[in-house]
Design a protein around this ligand. Structure first.
Ligand code: ADP
Ligand code: MG
Ligand code: MG
Length: 912
């Protein structure tokens, strides 16, 4: 956004005129004039029909609060001059008893802000000017209608005559109701009120004001004006506005502007009206005039919902000339602003007036279509088109969707966090085994758990969607859902999940296993029964090879956008993937390698977990080696599959990382089962589990500490990688393994593991008679590793920032335990954003910067990437671009988001 335009913001100038004659401001002056004021000025500059007026700057707001709620002395004279200018342009006079000028007083922060004072219309009316207005227009009903509206609005927003605690109705509405009953003994429509009724209303309204506010309603137009201006500035510090600013990080120094503008009247009769419109459809992006209007109404009526507005196309029937004029304005606006505009207009006796314009809010679908269409229309260049697509909304385009009409009819029975966007419905199952069995029977499955753990992985894979009663957006369920692109709602606390009874109680009903539920992971909603869904055309085209989908406009537009991203980006985007299928998906989405392959996930599939457990329970090195030998072929096959899917792209493979207890069963029954399977007494298993118990597993026996204590584990993993590489290389494909040692804080840790890796590499190359090219590097994920990066870089061929653990260890805050205090921290603004979702760039970011600098001081070309969850977060990606990383890595379905964010970060940097 344009900065405070100091060239035009003249010292001591507090009032900026706009109108036909002279316009002081322009569209780039939002900080000084507010969004509304800047927009009005810009529209005047391009000769659109805007009623004349002036803007009191945001600097006056700042002054007002710095000086005990007083105004800068020159303000009064400047406002008087502003009024004189309006008078000259309209031929009316403020407070005149022949041809009175009425104005609106409108607040205007940089962006429209709920909590600010409502607009006041028809200001300048009193017992004399109302008669003049009636006479001048020959329309007493209109004049008195304006007057009663004015007294009502002013009484409400300036004098504070509002509903009191415990009252059900607005006091002014009660007065209207009483008058209707006194005079007609029934409820009649407002439009049926006669001039005489309205006159009586004004009298009663004023009495209400006197009773409630303890003072007379101001009759002097100037006093009315100053009262309204003071109310706008006063509202900047009211509770609602403060809460809103806090939520969206808007500094209170910004202040609000005030716009004072000549009234135009949409309520003079059938040739008049008011409306709001978009230059294109903001929901689906179609290039059509979109909006609504009311005949014979003032602006507030359209949004107030008192009467139901008509679609703007209908205006062509009622007032074809005005419609034609609006069409012309619609095109002028787009040509000038080069973006879709959301605007407000009023028609007075057939003449169109513009009252506001701003960039329209839009869905992801609309943003994509707007950007493509406007590029084709040569309104914008391709770089602007890339910037016009909000990266954090892009996944809306990939999500499966509920049939819109069905969802409209259904009732949500619970809500949770929208953790995996999209829509899914299925028969519910409460454990992974039964979910898998049901999926094998070709059932559509929804896995419902209190929360999930690695043991549930197979069930999660089998399910269409995942629903949990506990856990936040960084819970296991949410993480896995993102990685797999699964629909997920987590933390739906209204669910009572009973594993024993295999039921879910919610909303007064009990659902058994096999019953249908539907979840909307974009909105975080749970529905009873089965709602119909369909894949997004983008996913259908890229992943499912659906040819019809590939011909759709949505698909083509998406592909075009992604191509532009490739042209613009400096960083590349890899993926976090552990299976060939995830890898294929990610490559279809444009990933150019794997940034993190978590080898432990492979140990959970099928029977492998048994061999893994055997390895952990082994009491001698030989026994451990025997168990590892069983795992070797599995890992080798997995890696081979991944290398094939990568087809020449590099793969960063992390050696075993999690604490071993995560692989063992914890309940006596499970331990008994495992004992039977392995022929070991259950007590022994129990004892080993006890031995492995850690008070703080996150900081315990894990990461490279495992491979250092049990070198045979690293040896097996290295062998699996290199043997797989040899196999696939012999098939004629290029293979580029990058072995990554986790949790390194000391150079020596890395060196010990390096020795093993290089030795095994030499062995395998000799055995298989191949020459392999590979790299060995490390994760930087503990502060000591970052601080000694210059030492570590002597041994490491690359760094990958494990920002999940670097955040945990840098903040000294365990992610899984943060749920109990982090939400409160966010409320208090101790943290601006969840540091596990968006990198804490001022704190943890420094560790990254230090490691980048120290690492590259030793190796100029040290390859640097990031593989934490932050790799899919647009704000974090901006930071990674700034510190100069080579790539980010994101879960497969986040790859497009990361590509867009990386491209935008590069484009934004080039502009600075
Ligand atoms: P908001 O910020 O809530 O949109 P506005 O200041 O835009 O509030 O005012 C709301 C509506 O009041 C406008 O859309 C318009 O219909 C009406 N309005 C404001 N100023 C005038 C005016 N000078 N003449 C006629 N109608 C006006
Ligand atoms: Mg408005
Ligand atoms: Mg880690």
């Amino acid at each position: 956004m344009a900065k405070k335009n100091s060239a035009s913001a003249k010292k001591g100038k507090f009032v900026y005129l706009f109108g036909k004659g002279k316009t002081d401001g322009n569209g780039g002056m939002k900080p000084l004039l507010g969004g509304k004021g800047a927009g009005l000025a810009e529209m005047c500059r391009i000769s659109l029909p805007v009623p004349p007026g002036f803007t009191i700057t945001t600097e006056v707001c700042t002054y007002y609060y710095d000086h005990k709620r007083t105004y800068p002395p020159p303000l009064k004279a400047q406002m008087q001059a502003g009024l004189a200018s309006i008078e000259k342009q309209t031929g009316k006079k403020f407070g005149d008893v022949k041809n009175p000028l009425l104005v609106s007083v409108r607040s205007g922060a940089r962006d429209s802000m709920p909590g600010m004072m409502d607009t006041i219309l028809n200001l300048g009316l009193n017992d004399q000017t109302v008669e003049a207005l009636a006479k001048k227009t020959g329309n007493p009903r209109f004049a008195w209608d304006c007057y009663r509206r004015f007294v009502q609005m002013y009484g409400d927003v300036v004098l504070g005559v509002q509903k009191r605690p415990g009252e059900d109705h607005e006091p002014f509405e009660l007065v209207i109701e009483k008058l209707k009953h006194d005079r007609y003994h029934q409820d009649i429509e407002d439009t049926k009120l006669t001039p005489d009724d309205l006159k009586e209303l004004v009298v009663r309204f004023k009495k209400l004001v006197k009773d409630r506010a303890g003072k007379e309603f101001p009759a002097s137009p100037w006093d009315q004006l100053m009262g309204a201006v003071g109310a706008v500035f006063g509202s900047w510090m009211n509770d609602r506005a403060i809460v809103y600013r806090r939520k969206y990080n808007i500094p209170s120094e910004w202040g609000t502007a005030v716009n004072v503008q000549a009234m135009v009247y949409g309520n003079t009769g059938d040739q008049s009206g008011s409306g709001v419109a978009f230059t294109r459809n903001p929901a689906n992006g179609v290039k059509e005039f979109y909006g609504e209007f009311l005949i014979n109404a003032q602006g507030e009526d359209v949004v107030a919902g008192v009467r139901t507005p008509e679609p703007v196309a209908q205006l062509n029937k009622h007032l074809p000339k005005a419609y034609g004029e609006l069409e012309r304005i619609r095109q002028t606006l787009e040509k000038h602003f080069k973006d879709v505009q959301d605007f407000e207009f009023t028609i007075e006796d057939g003449t169109v007036y513009m009252l506001q314009t701003r960039n329209g809010k839009r869905t992801a679908m609309a943003a994509l279509k707007f950007s493509m269409d406007m590029f084709k229309e040569k309104l914008i260049d391709w770089k602007t088109a890339v910037m016009r697509n909000p990266a954090d909304q892009l996944d809306q385009l990939l999500a499966p969707v509920f049939d819109a009409t069905e969802a409209g009819k259904a009732k949500a029975i619970a809500t949770g966090l929208p953790a995996g966007p999209g829509a899914a419905s299925g028969q519910i199952y409460l454990n992974a085994d039964r979910a898998v069995a049901a999926a094998d029977r070709k059932e559509q499955v929804l896995l419902v758990r209190v929360e999930t753990s690695p043991e549930d992985l197979r069930g999660m894979i089998a399910a269409e969607g995942i629903l949990t009663a506990r856990g936040g957006v960084s819970s296991h369920a949410a993480l896995v859902a993102r990685q797999m692109g699964k629909v997920c709602v987590c933390g739906a606390s209204a669910l009572e999940v009973d594993y024993q009874a295999r039921t879910v109680k919610v909303d007064g009903k009990t659902y058994k296993e096999g019953d249908w539920l539907s979840i909307d992971g974009t909105a975080g909603k749970v529905y009873a029964g089965r709602l119909k869904t369909a894949s997004s055309e983008i996913v259908a085209g890229l992943i499912e090879g659906d040819e019809a989908a590939r011909r759709s406009e949505k698909f083509k537009s998406f592909q075009q956008l992604m191509k532009w991203c490739s042209d613009a980006t400096r960083m590349s985007v890899r993926t976090n993937a552990d299976t060939p299928e995830q890898t294929k998906n990610a490559i279809a989405f444009g990933a150019v390698g794997i940034g993190l392959c978590r080898t432990e996930h492979m140990f959970f599939e099928g029977d492998r977990i048994d061999a893994m457990r055997e390895m952990i329970l082994a009491e001698t090195v030989d026994a451990r080696k025997a168990a590892l030998a069983k795992l070797l072929p599995y890992q080798r096959d997995d890696f081979a599959g991944i290398f094939r899917a990568l087809d020449g792209y590099p793969a960063t493979i992390r050696f075993l990382d999690p604490p071993l207890h995560e692989f063992l069963p914890h309940t006596p029954e499970q331990q008994k089962d495992l004992g039977k399977k392995l022929g070991i007494p259950a007590e022994k298993i129990h004892t080993r589990v006890e031995q492995l118990h850690e008070f703080n597993p996150m900081l315990g026996f894990r990461g490279c500490r495992l491979g250092i204590d049990f070198p045979e584990i690293s040896e097996m993993q290295a062998r699996a990688v290199f043997e797989a590489a040899a196999i696939v290389q012999k098939e004629g494909k290029k293979v580029r393994p990058e072995i990554m040692i986790p949790l390194v804080g000391f150079k020596k840790e890395l060196d010990l593991q390096l020795e093993i890796v290089h030795r095994v590499a030499t062995e395998v190359q000799a055995e298989k008679k191949v020459k392999l090219s590979y790299m060995v590097g490390t994760m930087i994920e503990v502060p000591r590793g970052a601080l000694t990066a210059d030492e570590i870089a002597q041994s490491a061929e690359f760094f990958s920032f494990g920002t999940n653990d670097l955040t945990q260890t840098g903040l000294g805050m365990s992610r899984d335990d943060s749920g109990s205090f982090l939400p409160h921290y966010a409320e208090l603004e101790i943290v601006k954003k969840n540091p596990f979702a968006t990198i804490d760039s001022t704190g943890v970011g420094q560790l990254v910067e230090i490691a980048v600098k120290k690492g590259r001081s030793v190796k100029k070309d040290l390859k640097l990437g990031i593989c934490g969850e932050h790799g899919g977060d647009p704000d974090s990606i901006k930071f990674f671009e700034a510190v100069g990383l080579d790539y980010v890595s994101a879960s497969p379905f986040r790859v497009p988001v990361a590509r867009l964010a990386a491209a935008q970060a590069a484009l934004a940097k080039a502009k600075d």
